[in-house]
Ligand binder design. Structure first.
Ligand code: RB5
Length: 145
């Protein structure tokens, strides 16, 4: 069974709750790393880094990080070795980043995309396997060095 580490800052609490409900209904286990309900100001690195470290350690299959734009979360998560965090605003990128980059964290922007599109992106990201093609393995290994 896939387990997901998920977090948002205050700007994306709504998307986080929606995604947890969506995935839980499908039998996907989610571990919520915050932010807590009612928090009005928070700092995205405080959520991005614990999620990224947990995913890098192998505690969860994937991470989902959401902030206003998704940009802060992706910048912070990509500082952790072994993390390939992809900010996606369309379904094509969500599929391609799994197939080509073997991305292990999906970042979304609550102030950027609709609820419907966010859930479509989440489903595609989590249900697309890495291609395992030699050229993609080679490119990823160049980042890991
Ligand atoms: C919060 O206002 C906002 O800056 C944050 O959610 C995010 O968009 C940062 O990248």
């Amino acid at each position: 069974m896939k387990t997901i580490a998920i977090a948002s800052d205050h700007a994306a609490y709504g998307f986080k709750t929606m995604i947890i409900e969506h995935l839980t209904a499908k039998g996907v286990k989610c571990k919520d790393f915050g932010a807590a309900k009612g928090v009005t100001v928070s700092d995205y690195p405080d959520f991005a880094l614990p999620v990224a470290k947990a995913v890098a350690k192998g505690d969860h299959n994937y991470g989902i990080l959401i902030c206003g734009t998704g940009i802060g979360m992706s910048i912070a998560a990509n500082k952790v070795k072994g993390i390939r965090a992809a900010l996606c605003g369309d379904t094509f990128s969500a599929k391609a980043t799994r197939e080509h980059n073997n991305s292990n964290i999906l970042c979304l922007g609550e102030r950027v995309i609709s609820q419907k599109l966010a859930l479509e992106i989440v489903d595609i990201f989590l249900n697309t396997e890495f291609s395992n093609e030699e050229r993609h393995i080679r490119r990823i290994s160049k980042i890991e060095k």
